[in-house]
Write a protein that binds this ligand. Structure first.
Ligand code: NAI
Length: 247
């Protein structure tokens, strides 16, 4: 896989899965736009790692819920690299609670970030991709968007929404040479999942046939495949990367 002269935007790339994707794409030769919303230090550290491996990148602060900030990120990308080949919509949050205790703001913020953020970034890049008649969009959903989960109705709704959105986009954009796919991770060891208590983690592990938690790299490798020409005949698909968790 070779991404030389290709530009990849990764949202929420200052840590976790987004960071692993940014580094993997850089390792494969891409110019990487490292998007972050708050953690400038983390984003700079990712850029440093990319630079050390001889890849080009920029960090761009923009909250994916803001259309203005997203448009600004796309403008900066075009100004710096001239084109956008791949968008990875990775930014996401959780605000877990049972429905009766869920505050309206917990519902709204999860839908705004995880689903509207995907809409905002996709809409902003497709203008450029359609003109170029090529592009790849990869949206990070979750197995929870397929199975649902008690205490995560907001997250499950957003992640299921990403799947419906992506399939629609795949159909809408295929005639313009743009592929759209979804990666649905299972349980991946990151800051997001570190907050869960050990009993819950053990319960999850016992339901994973491959008997280990996933790593951010497990996701990054599949994203790289979907971003590459090795998957040039794949669009509108959901690839579960979960160690067999929801077979
Ligand atoms: P994380 O919490 O470590 O990273 C999420 C990143 O998104 C952070 O860098 C955060 O700053 C950024 N972000 C949040 N709100 C943002 C906004 N409004 N604008 C821009 N950036 C924003 O989480 P992790 O685990 O790396 O998750 C990455 C993606 O993978 C998320 O979409 C998550 O839902 C999904 N996922 C993670 C799983 C896991 O087990 N860790 C399982 C399934 C899906």
């Amino acid at each position: 896989m070779d991404f030389k002269e290709k530009t990849v935007i990764v949202t929420g790339a200052s840590r976790g899965i987004g960071k692993a994707i940014a580094l993997k794409m850089g390792e494969l030769g891409a110019n990487v736009v490292i998007n972050y919303s708050r953690d400038e230090k983390g984003a700079k550290a990712v850029l440093d790692e990319l630079t050390k491996m001889g890849s080009k990148g920029i960090i761009v602060k923009s909250n994916v819920t803001s259309t203005d900030e997203v448009d600004d990120m796309i403008d900066k990308t075009i100004d710096t690299f001239g084109h956008i080949h791949v968008l990875v919509n990775n930014a996401g949050i959780t605000r877990d609670s049972l429905l009766l205790r869920m505050k309206e703001e917990d519902w709204d913020s999860v839908l705004e970030t995880n689903l509207k953020g995907v809409f905002n970034c996709t809409k902003a890049v497709t203008r450029h991709m359609m003109k170029a008649r090529q592009g790849v969009i990869i949206n990070i959903s979750s197995v929870i968007g397929i199975t649902g989960n008690a205490g995560q109705s907001n997250y499950a709704a957003a992640k299921a929404g990403i799947i419906g959105f992506s399939k629609s986009m795949a159909k809408e954009l295929a005639p313009r040479g743009i592929r759209v796919n979804v990666v649905a991770p299972g349980f991946i060891k990151t800051d997001m999942t570190d907050v869960l208590d050990d009993k819950i983690k053990q319960g999850i592990l016992s339901n994973i046939p491959l008997k280990r938690y996933g790593t951010p790299d497990d996701i990054a490798q599949v994203v790289a495949f979907l971003a590459s020409d090795y998957s040039s005949y794949i669009t509108g698909q959901v690839i579960n990367v979960d160690g067999g968790m929801i077979i």
